[in-house]
Design a protein around this ligand. Sequence first.
Ligand SMILES: Cc1cc2nc3c(=O)[nH]c(=O)nc-3n(C[C@H](O)[C@H](O)[C@H](O)COP(=O)(O)O)c2cc1C
Length: 536
Amino acid sequence: MTRDELLKIKQEILSKRKKATVTICNSTGGIAAGSRETYQSIRTEAAKRGLTVDFEAKRCGCLGKCAEDPLLTVAVEGMPTVTYARMTPDRVPALLDRHIVGRQVIPEFVLEKNEAKQLKIVLRNCGIVDPENIKDYIAQDGYTAAAKVLLEMKPEEVIEEMIASGLRGRGGAGFPTGLKWRMTRATPSDQRYIICNGDEGDPGAFMDRGVLESDPHSVLEGMLIGAYAMGASIGYFYIRAEYPLAVERVERAIKQAYGLGLLGKNIFGTDFSLDLEIRLGAGAFVCGEETALIASIEGKRGYPHPRPPYPSVKGLWDKPTCINNVETLANVPVIYQKGATWFSSIGTGKSKGTKVFALTGKVRHTGLVEVPMGTTLREIVYDIGGGPAQGKKVKAVQTGGPSGGVIPADLLDTPVSYENLQQLGSIMGSGGMIVMDEDDSMVDIAKFYLGFCVDESCGKCAPCRIGGTQMLRILERLTDKKGAPGDLDKLRTISLAMQKASLCGLGQTAPNPVLSTLRYFEQEYRALLPEAAPTR
Ligand SMILES: Cc1cc2nc3c(=O)[nH]c(=O)nc-3n(C[C@H](O)[C@H](O)[C@H](O)COP(=O)(O)O)c2cc1C
């Protein structure tokens, strides 16, 4: 494959584009809502009508507002593209007759848009490209960044550009991606590895699933660029087994990339070669932690181990290894297409670019959203999310999943950044964002997350294994109204011990939901203590 051949594929695909295209969601959310039936119905009805219009029905990935699925877009030459919501098969005849043939928008089907405050970098192709067709990705300039990097840049220059972009890892910890790449390259070795972390186990999070199912080639291209920069010749997609559609699409993407010579030996005619394979997640949350993930790929039990040494120095089979999150990697091609200066002009001080959130809970428009760093939580919840679902008051927003915490409604004007969220006692995490209203008990929320961490603790270190269990017992005592006055102090003391002494991030961060709910909603805990119970 040469750069000219890439361009030829793009021209070929563009020249075949029809005058009218219906593009329908074919991701988990859409499929669950019946999009495959709708797609079939579009094809059957179009054939029945013997449509004279130059028309095609195409399948794409996630269009974002999953609660409104099946979603589809209609692009008719000479008309603005329209997105329709809840497109069940019974709406298909109207879609074809009124919009495709009649060239009239159907107002009652139109999706209420909330894109004004969004900026799609990671999700740029989601809902646009067919994730099962590499040529469709190439038609969106796919693999041109990899061509530029491999043909025109030295690995060190690629790393410097990444450092200049300011991109930080989107998997939770927010470590600068360029520095991780530099450390991995700097470790002398005969073999280096790159791993894409697609284990996404946080309750409420589905950002990475959305990207892998909707635009697998952008992640693959990100890995190709990262591998070249670091001198890695073997890479793994570690994807949770509970994401079968993502696994299937990545598998197909890898096969197609090999087919066009974008993986394998001498990519773009250079002396750089890369082989990629998939490994299925072992079904435990802790396997997303990088040292546990490495153990899991090695065929061992997914136990974490202390760092340093970091994987960049001693990783998979003791060789230098870089682990990057799905969203991190999906950012990579665009950074080399548009440049580090462009990327670092988006966002705030130390938080550059955008962040994808899985917005759920008591909010009208749930789904995947992507906003520039610096957007306030209020803008996300109200302007994008449409505010509370049942007309109740928003009480708090939970970010960061089991490692994060709640942010009360009166702090919603905080701009989203790694630093700001941490200062409030929560974290950005991987991007789950759950809106809670007056009906939600903050103690129940804390108990839910802690229960999750206790279930998912691997049990290797005592602070996590015993500390988590003891904290959960106290929370259960409280919600059973059997608590004792010293219980809140005990929760704080055990939290501190777990944070300081746990072996990995699971135990170190498991107390966060408890601590943050205690920080902002201590009265809810106190109300559960026996002395606060009403007297007869
Ligand atoms: C318990 C636990 C689970 C984690 N799960 C994930 C995960 O599912 N996906 C992910 O990308 N990172 C996860 N991480 C973070 C990874 O260890 C690692 O920091 C990340 O994959 C690095 O990629 P990044 O620098 O691109 O963010 C987890 C960490 C911990 C402690």
